[in-house]
Design a protein around this ligand. Structure first.
Ligand SMILES: NC(=O)c1ccc[n+]([C@@H]2O[C@H](COP(=O)([O-])OP(=O)(O)OC[C@H]3O[C@@H](n4cnc5c(N)ncnc54)[C@H](O)[C@@H]3O)[C@@H](O)[C@H]2O)c1
Ligand SMILES: O=P(O)(O)OC[C@@H](O)[C@@H](O)[C@H](O)[C@H](O)CO
Length: 404
């Protein structure tokens, strides 16, 4: 049996990666997570279900995933590193805040493989909405390796960027299966075409190797995720619970669409990615307003400070727009909504509110977005977002920010 270990067994780890590897039928599946309760439930229950929905027709396909191992990254640490060392494929599905911890575990994997003289190659499929996944993990891992371990790493371990694009959410109706997940029907995982297995290697059928998945990530995050979060921030401000509600609001949809178009125009000028056709715009709208899927605003806008950083979904495309002489007016406007609501259950939203109370508005925007005050374009971004926040909140009875 070929082994795959999935690090991060949440929505994407179970709902996309787990389901896809399970459906291959020839993988021994290991789920690893730091959430002890989740690991215990996976062990006790022994199965979970994944529903894939076509957002346009509502057609459903269900997969029951079972026969897997589950390990706690901390409690079962030795067994976890052992699973990693004996895997043909390792796949990660965690947030950037966990990248360093996961890189440290992967470095331990390299060390154990080196001690055991394991010469079978391993592919580490890196997942997460982050531009620059491979250099980020490579730097963090190599900093922890000794010279002989680096040698092993360079010979046998390949980091592969992947583009997980299935929207995976918890079902909106309570199910008998406590681990059930629902997603849209994305059956393919784009991966960097950089594998170093032999010519007879049996590539998983759902892998779609492409020449630069890092570029693919830019095209995804500065485009699809830009539109998604533009609607998400506006929805959070408007008090909506799901994306369908805010996307059905004509003004919100139009504003988000203009932000999306600004980003797409910059991607067209930089990378030749064409502007969306009328059909793409229509289908995207239909998917966001689909009655068959409840994508929670709280999920879409989770960790808002991460989403407001320089290479993420707003400022990443905004800087690319400026490079090409486009004023990213609607992108800044959409980003500004991220400052205009407070979700008490989201630590980064509470942190934004605290900074807004402590600092003068443009200084708060700089702090939250990590603006480099020495750069003219960064100062322009700060000033545009500041002005947009003022415009959005003008007349609000309870201003979030310090007045004056
Ligand atoms: N849910 C989606 O639709 C979706 C789609 C595409 C990409 N993504 C990306 O996938 C990543 C995970 O998102 P998600 O929605 O699955 O989140 P999630 O919160 O459902 O799952 C993340 C899991 O990682 C675990 N984890 C955190 N630190 C860990 C560590 N050091 N070692 C092992 N496990 C650890 C958490 O306990 C959690 O179970 C993010 O980078 C996200 O941007 C998500
Ligand atoms: O995962 P995040 O928090 O970076 O972003 C939230 C969503 O935009 C994201 O998970 C998408 O649903 C996913 O990227 C699929 O396109």
């Amino acid at each position: 049996m070929r082994r795959v270990t999935i690090i991060g067994s949440g929505r994407t780890g179970r709902g996309m990666l787990g389901e896809l590897f399970y459906s291959e039928k020839n993988f021994d599946l290991v789920f690893a997570d730091i959430d002890s309760k989740l690991v215990d439930t996976l062990r006790e229950q022994g199965y979970y279900t994944v529903e894939q929905k076509n957002l346009l027709t509502g057609t459903i396909r269900k997969t029951r995933v079972d026969n897997f191992h589950a390990v706690d990254v901390k409690r079962d640490h030795a067994a976890y590193i052992d699973f990693l060392a004996e895997s043909e494929i390792v796949a990660t599905a965690v947030f950037p805040e966990s990248f360093d911890a996961v890189a440290a575990d992967l470095a331990e994997m390299v060390s154990l493989r080196n001690n055991r003289h394991i010469v079978a190659p391993v592919a580490v499929i890196l997942g997460g909405n982050y531009v620059g996944l491979k250099p980020r993990f490579d730097t963090a891992m190599t900093a922890l390796l000794s010279e002989p371990e680096k040698d092993h790493y360079n010979k046998y371990v390949t980091l592969i960027t992947s583009k997980a694009n299935r929207k995976v959410v918890y079902p909106d109706v309570l199910q008998e299966d406590a681990l059930a997940l629902t997603g849209d029907d994305k059956p393919v995982l784009q991966v960097d075409n950089a594998f170093r297995f032999g010519p007879d290697w049996n590539m998983p059928s759902f892998f779609e190797p492409i020449d630069s998945c890092e570029l693919g990530m830019i095209k995804k995050i500065w485009n699809e995720n830009l539109l998604h979060c533009s609607l998400g921030f506006m929805g959070a401000y408007a008090g909506c619970e799901t994306i369908n509600q805010i996307a059905s609001d004509k003004r919100a949809w139009e504003l988000a669409k203009y932000a999306w178009f600004e980003g797409r125009r910059a991607l067209e000028l930089e990378y030749g990615m064409p502007m969306p056709s009328d059909k793409e715009v229509r289908e995207t709208f239909e998917k966001f307003t689909s009655p068959f899927f409840s994508d929670q605003i709280s999920r879409i806008v989770r960790q808002p400070i991460r989403k407001l950083q320089a290479n993420d979904r707003f400022l990443g495309p905004a800087f690319l727009c400026m490079k090409h002489g486009i004023v990213p007016y609607f992108i800044f406007h959409a980003a500004a909504y991220g400052f205009c609501y407070t979700d008490e259950t989201e630590p980064q939203s509470v942190q934004i509110a605290e900074v807004l109370k402590e600092k003068e508005l443009s200084a708060a925007v700089s702090t939250i977005c990590g603006i480099n005050e020495n750069e003219e374009k960064s100062r322009f971004a700060r000033d545009m977002i500041t002005a947009a926040i003022r415009e959005i909140t003008a007349g609000d009875s309870k201003p979030l920010m310090r007045v004056g």
